[in-house]
Ligand binder design. Structure first.
Ligand code: SF4
Ligand code: SF4
Length: 397
């Protein structure tokens, strides 16, 4: 921590890997942290807006928290108002990242079943970049357990750019509950084959609220608007990715369907869950928070067969408690956001395998490499991203 007059500038310890989870921003009692923002000057954003090739994509857990920035209660479902607000500032193409979550589900369930057949479990989720970086930095012996399937943000950006036919001309901006997603967007392992980034910019919920407010927009005053097609209609399971347990439920339901079984349970509500697939007993574990994740990995070192499928989200409760969410964030607020997300996910389509729009798009994607990647050991010298700002920046909006 460096003193700058009466303010402070904070950077992670360079001898340790920061996972960019952003929890320090949410929980600093003085409110003196903020993540590195994008488009903060406003000028560069005006230039972007003139471009006809800019798309926004909205993560599941932003739709029930953005309202807090406009004095609505935590958990208020504001999906349509957020879309309407972005249209008002001139964004013409606005997509739902939850739609791409259905692709993640399908690919991940396929990988799970393959590993099950080959006796290579446990499989770990990898859609939380802070968790991935934690494994790569502190437990590299488990890198092979991480699913190769890309996160919904990265698949969504890859789909938008690939389907445009001009990937190098498209600009994709994500609205995320997360700070670590900024880091994820910069990871070269996740670029498209032609070296193009699937996602160009990542805004947290706080940042997008600042942009909307700077344009005089209060989303609570707006009529709802719809996402654009073809990445517009997500399944219920895809939207539930925003809460801890959501990925497990989606992937297990998909895997069960693939082997002719049916999963009725709300798996997302259980820390541990056991079911049968192809007569094999499958044990799942969901965890949120990296301290608990470290404990689990230590357990797996001595008992590798304890679980078959492990979901880890770095933030408490999952992305609903993410480091890019409005401040304050506490247990009660996160619980209201969880209820809000369950309400938001009452989609007419229940699961990825029932999403006809996803099925239709699969046929158009020739290169399925856009769904997969690989990971490698990281060290602290690669700390590149978080440079937290001062009270002055944080409270002058
Ligand atoms: S971003 Fe997360 S890992 Fe990095 S310093 Fe903050 S709390 Fe720690
Ligand atoms: S739990 Fe969600 S918000 Fe938190 S770091 Fe992971 S992806 Fe980001």
């Amino acid at each position: 921590m460096k003193e700058k007059g009466y303010l402070f500038e904070v950077e992670p310890d360079s001898s340790k890997s920061c996972t960019y989870c952003g929890q320090c921003i949410l929980h600093c009692p003085g409110g003196s942290f903020e993540g590195e923002g994008e488009f903060e000057s406003g000028e560069d954003f005006k230039i972007y807006k003139k471009s006809k090739n800019i798309s926004f994509q909205i993560a599941p857990a932003t739709r029930i928290s953005i309202g807090e920035e406009f004095d609505l209660p935590p958990g208020t479902v504001s999906t349509g108002q957020l879309v309407a607000g972005l249209r008002k500032i001139g964004i013409s193409a606005i997509y739902d990242v939850s739609f791409a979550a259905d692709f993640t589900t399908i690919e991940e369930a396929g990988e799970f079943l393959e590993k099950m057949e080959n006796d290579e479990l446990p499989l770990f989720t990898s859609c939380c970049p802070a968790w991935v970086r934690f494994v790569e930095s502190y437990y590299p012996e488990f890198i092979g357990n991480l699913t190769t399937v890309r996160s919904p943000q990265i698949i969504s950006g890859g789909l938008i750019k690939t389907l445009s036919g001009r990937p190098d001309k498209e600009i994709v901006v994500s609205v995320m509950p997360c700070v670590s997603k900024k880091y994820e967007a910069q990871r070269e392992e996740l670029f498209l084959k032609n070296g193009v980034k699937p996602v160009d910019h990542v805004l947290t919920v706080r940042e997008v609220a600042r942009i909307l407010k700077s344009e005089g927009i209060d989303i609570s005053d707006l009529e709802e608007d719809d996402f654009d097609e073809p990445l517009g209609l997500a399944s219920r399971d895809g939207i539930n990715y925003g809460m801890s347990g959501g990925v497990t439920e989606a992937a297990l339901r998909q895997a069960a369907n693939k082997v002719g079984a049916k999963l009725e349970d709300e798996v997302r509500n259980f820390d541990e869950f056991t079911c049968s697939l192809n007569e094999k007993k499958i044990k799942t574990k969901r965890i949120s928070g990296l301290k608990a994740a470290a404990g689990l990995l230590e357990e797996l070192k001595s008992d590798p067969g304890k679980y078959d499928y492990v979901e880890v989200m770095a933030c408490p409760g999952g992305c609903i408690g993410g480091g890019g969410q409005p401040v304050p964030s506490n247990r009660e607020i996160v619980s209201k956001r969880r209820m809000g997300l369950s309400n938001a996910s009452k989609s007419e389509v229940e699961s990825a395998f029932k999403n006809k729009k996803v099925e239709a798009l699969y046929g158009k994607i020739k290169d399925h490499d856009i769904f997969h990647t690989e990971y490698s050991e990281k060290n602290s010298s690669e700390n590149i991203f978080i440079k937290n700002k001062s009270l002055e920046t944080r409270w002058d909006v």
